[in-house]
Design a protein around this ligand. Structure first.
Ligand code: 3AM
Length: 176
């Protein structure tokens, strides 16, 4: 029997943004605010799939490969904290329609394949700090970061030695 993998679909944050984000984070949050997500692991989750067998991964990848939609531009102009999930995040005040469409489609395909999907609506965000259990001052986002989203990625979440890494497994291009 093949092993299952912990998978999710996400948008990769292109260079040089991860370094700029990490620099901004270091300048605005003290070390005790939470556990920083490594620059190489910054991403925007579209759909969490959970532990998935190789067969189900193939089926989900085939469905992802049939998605046809244009790319879009993501403007990062918002930041906040969710105390319940203990994360500090970066986000976008006006999520582009293409982003919502892509996430909702991937979530619907995942649900149809039997992957549990939270009833919560999709809240696009890039997690910056985890285990942020105490309220921290969120600086006004004095940045204006934008990037074109031309693809989405299937990631594996790999845990070991007290760390979690995100490994890109497969990517699909967005186009007309
Ligand atoms: O990095 P973000 O915050 O976008 O929180 C986990 C992370 O999201 C989320 O999946 C992403 C990659 O690990 N995640 C983990 N377990 C989850 C679950 N049971 C989950 N999302 C929904 N349900």
């Amino acid at each position: 029997m093949s092993e299952s993998k912990r998978l999710f679909f996400a948008i990769e944050i292109p260079a040089p943004l991860p370094r700029q984000i990490v620099r901004w984070r270091a300048g605005h949050f003290p070390p005790e605010a939470g556990r920083p997500v490594a620059a190489a692991s910054l991403h925007m989750t579209l759909a969490f799939l959970g532990d998935v067998s190789a067969d189900k991964q193939r089926a989900l990848a085939a469905m992802a490969g049939r998605i046809r939609q244009p790319g879009f531009t993501l403007h990062l102009d918002d930041a906040g904290q969710w105390l319940r999930s203990r994360v500090v995040w970066l986000g976008t005040r006006q999520p582009p329609r293409g982003l919502l469409q892509l996430a909702n489609l991937l979530r619907a395909q995942a649900a149809r394949s039997g992957c549990y999907q939270s009833p919560q609506p999709f809240h696009p965000h890039i997690t910056l700090l985890r285990h942020a259990s105490h309220a921290v001052a969120i600086p006004p986002p004095g940045f204006s970061w934008s990037f074109p989203v031309t693809e989405f990625v299937l990631y594996e979440s790999v845990s070991g030695q007290g760390r979690t890494r995100y490994r890109p497994l497969q990517r699909w291009t967005l186009n007309e």
